[in-house]
Design a binder for this molecule. Structure first.
Ligand code: SF4
Length: 183
């Protein structure tokens, strides 16, 4: 890991981000674009480096599960029946095919708990601008590649994500790491 990248990420997430959020408290219409900017900046900084990675975690938001599905996935995503009515099925297959961990979090507190328990060396996270930017800040210095969800039905319900972007992020970590499996 390059020290200057870690420092720049730290500065971006721990100094620049709070300043932007303070500014966003006054310029409310800009808040989401500030958060999206921080996510983009973080991703480009993460991709300037390479990492010693034994474990990658794919962390997903609960709202990606079909709202009509009654399977409880929070503590075990593998309870999904893989009916294909939402992207959870494809995301589980992506994680299996790449030998990485996968989890669903219902919010920031659960996400932090999952990260604490799973102890990943790198994270591919999917969420909205607010949850993703704050999650990246909270999990620093773990390298996180953040991918924004898509919200065809509005926020927090039946959201989706580009599988291509998720696959690309996972592959990037795999290609830029030394993997001695511990899962
Ligand atoms: S793919 Fe899994 S999570 Fe999605 S609707 Fe089907 S059973 Fe539920």
């Amino acid at each position: 890991m390059k020290a200057w990248i870690t420092f720049l990420r730290g500065f971006t997430l721990k100094v620049y981000y709070p300043i932007l959020m303070l500014l966003g408290a006054f310029l409310r219409s800009k808040r989401t674009s500030f958060q999206a900017y921080i996510i983009k900046l973080n991703n480009s900084l993460v991709m300037q480096d390479s990492y010693k990675i034994n474990k990658i975690l794919l962390l997903l938001p609960h709202c990606i599960q079909n709202s009509k599905c009654d399977v409880r996935l929070t503590f075990d995503v593998f309870k999904c029946k893989r009916c294909g009515m939402c992207k959870i099925k494809d995301l589980i297959e992506l994680s299996e095919n790449n030998g990485i961990a996968i989890s669903i979090a219902t919010g920031g507190t659960i996400a932090r708990k999952v990260v604490k328990e799973e102890k990943p060396d790198a994270i591919v996270a999917v969420a909205c601008e607010r949850d993703l930017s704050s999650g990246i800040v909270d999990t620093y210095p773990i390298p996180v590649l953040g991918i924004l969800n898509e919200r065809p039905y509005g926020p927090c319900i039946d959201t989706t994500v580009s599988l291509e972007k998720v696959r690309h992020a996972i592959q990037w970590f795999i290609k830029n790491s030394h993997q001695d499996k511990k899962q």
